[in-house]
Design a protein around this ligand. Structure first.
Ligand SMILES: [Zn+2]
Ligand SMILES: [Zn+2]
Length: 173
């Protein structure tokens, strides 16, 4: 039994093939990162889908949306890139489409078990990449919306008839 995967499925809420895919992709990427010792540095993750598996990545890497080191690019691809913020060096993990044999596709349970047990080379492709470091985060002022009175980051303010509005209030005008 894979107790680490059990813990991750508690965090995620259920066990599913997608979570198993994310688990294998993240583990493969981190193994490769460990070989270049980048795993001790501050990591940033870019995920190219927002399906179940990204919860495995967040649990295993500590990269989260709230910390700003978890970036979602809506490409609909089973690809995770994890890299060191300092060096920009990292790895890209891709889950192989159609890797599972017909016999493993009978049920979600079967497919999940196959994914968890498969040889890493049969399910994940990993390659080294270099990433341009993202620009330093800018801190913006907060401005009061003239309708609801709630604070809004200045870059999100909408100008309507000389008033400064938040997006929800501007949409109701
Ligand atoms: Zn799931
Ligand atoms: Zn408002």
């Amino acid at each position: 039994m894979n107790t680490e995967f059990d813990e991750i499925s508690k965090f995620h809420g259920h066990k599913c093939p997608g979570l198993a895919m994310g688990y294998r992709m993240t583990r493969a990427a981190m193994k490769r990162l460990a070989e270049s010792s980048a795993v001790d540095e501050e990591l940033v993750a870019i995920v190219e889908n927002d399906a179940c598996g990204v919860d495995a990545l967040q649990w295993l890497t500590g990269c989260t949306f709230g910390k700003g080191n978890f970036i979602f690019q809506d490409y609909g691809k089973q690809v995770y890139t994890i890299y060191s913020r300092n060096s920009g060096k990292g790895v890209r993990a891709h889950f192989r489409d159609g890797a599972a044999p017909e016999a493993a596709r009978g049920s979600k349970q079967q497919l999940m078990e196959w994914i968890l047990a498969a040889d890493e080379n049969d399910v994940v492709d990993v390659e080294d990449v270099s990433i341009e470091p993202p620009p330093k985060a800018v801190v913006y002022r907060s401005i009061k919306c003239d309708v609801c009175g709630e604070g809004v980051m200045e870059t999100r303010i909408q100008k309507v008839d000389d008033r400064s509005l938040c997006i929800p209030c501007a949409q109701k005008q």
